[in-house]
Unconditional design. Sequence first.
Length: 319
Amino acid sequence: MKALRFDGNLKFVSDALVPRRDAEALVQVIYAGICNTDLEIVKGYANFHGTPGHEFVGRVVESSDVSLIGERVVGEINAGCGICDLCIRGDSRHCAGRTVLGIKGRDGAFAQFLSLPDRNLIRLPESLTDEAGIFVEPLSAALNILEQVTVKPSDRVALIGDGKLALLIVLALSRAGCPLTVFGRHAEKLQMAKEFGANHTEIGNKRSEIHTGFDLVIEASGSPLGLTTALRIVRPRGTVVLKSTHHGTTAVELSQLVVNEVTLVGSRCGRFHQAIAMLQDCQSQLTRLISHRFSLDDGLQAFEAAAAPDTMKVILRID
């Protein structure tokens, strides 16, 4: 099959093995999205080798559950062992033995086919387009913030970043009814943040002039400097939510966490069902985020486009 493969260098190949795993479904990929984590993986993040990609819409072609065959699906990216306490409680996201689609120990979605357990697959409603379905995984990650921290309408909230995930976080926070300030670097993206629900936006290059005293600061810049900025602008005993993942070591002065008694929350994957429900109302907004569409054969060009600072979402048409 055709695939993008990473072995220290990203390559397009036409002879990759179809990833069949025992007792798992085989999914033909229709669309796959490139996110910042994928860009960091090809820099060395997570020491991953294989086929990257974890945002996808596909159609089930093989499964032990015959009701799934032919269904259009998205997929929870964390495949747990299925027998530990966490998996039994329905949270494979933190299973110690998990593999993660296109990130850890499991080939991903930048290929004609992928493999996932039946329990990881979620049917996509007919009301959602294939392109809208690409946003289920990242939107669920944005909504996960609201599961982890309580956001009151009176809270002053800041978001650092104006990229793809940051704009999804704006949409998620619009449900909380809180005043939201977004700090970014791109006027067009910040304008979109306002349209998505931000109350105020600022070009964040002038660090000395950035506001302070926020109750909640969400760091989604994708930059190692983002956490330093977040700690600078959060109020004492406030909360910082860290969403960015990037290759390399982050240098940060952690004494501020102690002196100001700041709560630091790491935030990763969320639940798909609530993202699918929200997409019913906002899919036209989200498809505006798509900057470029490429075929899988042009996947290397797609990665180049995705790395450009003014690019939003890049998607690959696979099948």
